[in-house]
Write a protein that binds this ligand. Structure first.
Ligand code: MN
Length: 488
């Protein structure tokens, strides 16, 4: 990565961007980091350049990109914030200061985890742009994760899944969320990742491409007839979301995969509705799957029309229809809002913050301590996931209403197979008791226990637990049969 590549990217979105200033920030950072190497062996400045590049990709504003180039200077070099203020002004200095404070967050056990979340939210409430830098920094760290020892890889991947990715989602920066999740997925569940990747990228690819082509031809022709300008994109389905869906709905890959997804971008809102009409005249819609998020946007501001139709070959096919502006907002979330504001000439301070940022500040003012702060937040961010803790302080991410048995199988198959009881927050609990966010869970095992109880299938929520229970009971049935039939 070179500074010219960063400059080109910045100018793409913002032709009047001050090229000299970017050069100046680069020269300063390069000098400050001179002689330092990343774990990959690359010069340190590569990390600064990549961070700035991602910021340009998500259309962060100019001071944020400058701060991205400088973000590790105070932490790792002899140059301090004063120097940055002198050279690049107060605003850039504040952003770099914000990121330096955030980097002090370390991730260890329950309290630290909660404390990290609290710090992230507060930094965000003060200046959202700090979080954008943190995300970009993290994305490059993830991309070079191979260079770290396995233990560290795992810790960083977990922290990203638990803290960074959900917050990126909350801010609507889906593109970053997906990129982070897929990298972490690969490190945390290498086998599942490989399996899915193979299915998606190899087995189904040709079939998928042929089908996409068919739809594009039929639809394209009709849209042209109607005089609607359009762009059709295959929807990039990221692997981790497929994996999560399979777990949540307890479905096989083919069932999830079966919904084929396309995106249609049109110039105006009225074109969106016209295009929806065209699609519905071509193929029969599933009536309960038509969603108008343009008339009624989602709480995070997401806008789009959704419909699922029975396409050619009667295949369920989902369309998202939206304007270019809506599309960019959906990829870059809050960053895109900033970008449009910037284009309109007003500055960051006039940006209307999402209402929940204000809510967070209010909650912060009222909460007595971190625990209260976090529970007051209701972890809106984490929708249908809960986080529970092992006695060692490890954090586990489970679907809502998971039980101690789900937890046991996530920790280790044998712990699941030998489970006889559970302590939740140090109190005895039944094995089917639904867990809540922040619960401390300890599984009591009996090493003489033969195996899982098939009745557990009635209450477990995770696919993993279901599979393990079925697998273990099949194995034990076979054992019994073998005993009954000597010589088998
Ligand atoms: Mn960094």
């Amino acid at each position: 990565m070179t500074i010219s590549q960063v400059i080109t990217k910045v100018k793409n979105n913002n032709p009047e961007a001050d090229e000299k200033m970017l050069k100046k920030a680069y020269d300063f950072a390069a000098k400050a980091h001179e002689g330092q190497k990343r774990k990959t062996g690359e010069p340190y400045i590569q990390h600064s350049l990549h961070t700035a590049f991602v910021l340009a990709q998500i259309k962060a504003d100019f001071p944020t990109i400058i701060a991205g180039l400088l973000h590790d200077v105070p932490e790792d070099t002899e140059y301090g914030l004063e120097e940055i203020k002198k050279k690049f002004g107060e605003e850039v200095m504040m952003l770099v200061e914000g990121i330096t404070k955030l980097s002090k967050i370390k991730y260890r056990g329950i309290e630290r985890y909660r404390e990290s979340l609290r710090k992230m939210f507060l930094a965000m409430a003060r200046d959202l742009r700090v979080i954008l830098i943190k995300f970009s920094d993290r994305l490059h760290n993830l991309r070079t994760l191979d260079a770290l020892p396995p233990e560290k890889r795992k810790r960083i991947a977990e922290e990203t899944m638990e803290i960074y990715a959900p917050i990126a989602g909350l801010l609507g920066i889906w593109r970053l969320k997906w990129q982070m999740e897929d990298i972490c997925f690969k490190f945390l569940y290498p086998e599942e990742f490989k399996k899915l990747e193979y299915k998606y990228e190899v087995e189904k690819k040709i079939e998928r491409n042929q089908y996409a082509q068919k739809i594009k031809n039929i639809l394209g022709q009709k849209l042209k007839q109607e005089g609607i300008e359009y762009k059709i994109e295959d929807r990039f389905k990221h692997l981790y979301s497929i994996y999560k869906k399979m777990q949540r709905k307890d479905r096989k890959f083919d069932e999830i995969y079966d919904v084929f997804a396309l995106r249609l971008i049109t110039p105006t809102i009225s074109d969106c509705y016209k295009a929806l009409g065209v699609i519905h005249t071509l193929w029969k819609p599933k009536s309960n799957r038509i969603k108008d998020y343009i008339a009624v946007p989602k709480p995070n501001g997401y806008r789009s029309l959704h419909t699922t139709v029975f396409g050619p070959e009667n295949k369920a096919t989902e369309f998202q229809i939206r304007t270019k502006e809506m599309h960019e907002e959906s990829l870059y979330g809050i960053a895109a809002h900033l970008h449009y504001k910037q284009k309109g000439g007003s500055d960051y301070k006039t940006l209307k913050q999402p209402h929940w940022i204000k809510d967070i500040l209010n909650i912060q003012r009222q909460a007595e301590n971190t625990n209260e702060f976090i529970s007051a937040l209701k972890l809106d961010v984490f929708h249908d996931r809960i986080f529970v803790f092992s006695p060692k302080g490890d954090v586990f991410d489970l679907p809502e209403k998971s039980t101690p048995i789900d937890f046991a199988y996530i920790v280790h198959t044998e712990i699941g197979n030998k489970a006889t009881g559970a302590l939740i927050n140090n109190k005895m609990a039944t094995l089917d008791q639904p867990l809540k966010n922040g619960d401390l869970v300890e599984i009591i095992t009996d090493k003489n226990r033969k195996g899982p109880n098939r009745d557990w299938l009635k209450f477990v929520k995770t696919n993993r637990a279901k599979e393990k229970i079925r697998h273990a009971s099949k194995a034990s049935k076979l054992e019994q049969i073998k005993k009954m039939i000597p010589g088998m």
